[in-house]
Design a binder for this molecule. Sequence first.
Ligand SMILES: [Zn+2]
Ligand SMILES: [Zn+2]
Length: 372
Amino acid sequence: METNENISPNAAAGKHVVVVGLGNIGSPLVELLARLEFVNRLTLVDHDAYDESNLRGQAVLPSDVGRPKVLVQAERAGQINPALQVEAIHAAVEDVPLARLRADVIAACVDSKWGRQHVSQPAWRLNVPWVDAGVAAEGRLARVNVYLPGDDQPCYECAWSKRDYETMEVKQPCQPHGSAAPTHAPASLGSLAASLQAIEVEKILSGDLKSAAVGKQITLAAGSHQLHSMSFRRNPKCKFDHRTFQLQPVRCEPGNFPLRELFAAVQKEIDGAEEVRLHLDGKPFERQWRCVCGAEQAVLALAGRTAAKDRACRRCNGTMQPVGFVSLPSLCERTLTPPELAKPLSELGLVAGDVIFTNRENSRIAFELVNT
Ligand SMILES: [Zn+2]
Ligand SMILES: [Zn+2]
């Protein structure tokens, strides 16, 4: 994951918006947010680069082709509002350390259920309102949904059926998770959705929750000039647990903070007799990599944090793949070797902003790795 921080030290305190996805909707949204008076900080998240096919449907120039979307839009936001603090995170949202999505609002401009689920869950964990937007070229539909984590509020998954979960599990072989087929929506439709989204973001930031579409979906059918509003309810059978967390900081430098000390810091905080188990939301630890040539390597690595080049096979130079069934959902000190416990957190793939959960009796506590 590459990041580019361009933070102006003199910026006045203001509101922070995270934008996930910089395509048909996200690219025009950045400009609108950069012009909002409440916003003084933007964090942009996208793993992709612009290509020729984006020139018609997205707010980009021919000179942007080939460049990471986050860098293009971070520059543009800075040109519109030089006082804005802009951070560009060039990664898929599921690989971004949870605490780096903490903001006043998250705007999701992604094109798949997988992507939306991976905004919804962090938003609830962090107790951050989020605004989802989407388009459908057929019918010229632009849509916006507002979610506000809270006791009686619906989450994105509350409206899901068993079938929704089943279709989520079907991975497309040649596409990474999160990349759906291109929507081929015109730029006008993406801009319409972005405008609806920016208006909802502004309502939330200004505290005007009464008029925000909280728990609702607003659809503008530009094809037939109709406006639909639909309310969602909290589903008591929802598969997501709806828990939010106050993060407790663990101050450390992940590059020289051994795993053993993380266990000790957590043990001290929870002050219990229970054995400490550490896990990250939805991210297992890989224990073994295997190559098609048959070579194997024992590892201790957080899923999704190693680049393919770091998994090169020593025998044939192919790329080793994690062996799923030996992955660990959580780490327990007793089952790790002394050399593994002596490894710095960064060697496991952990970075500042990662949030580590542990159980205490019937509750869970969340710890944020904070750079010293
Ligand atoms: Zn739910
Ligand atoms: Zn090999």
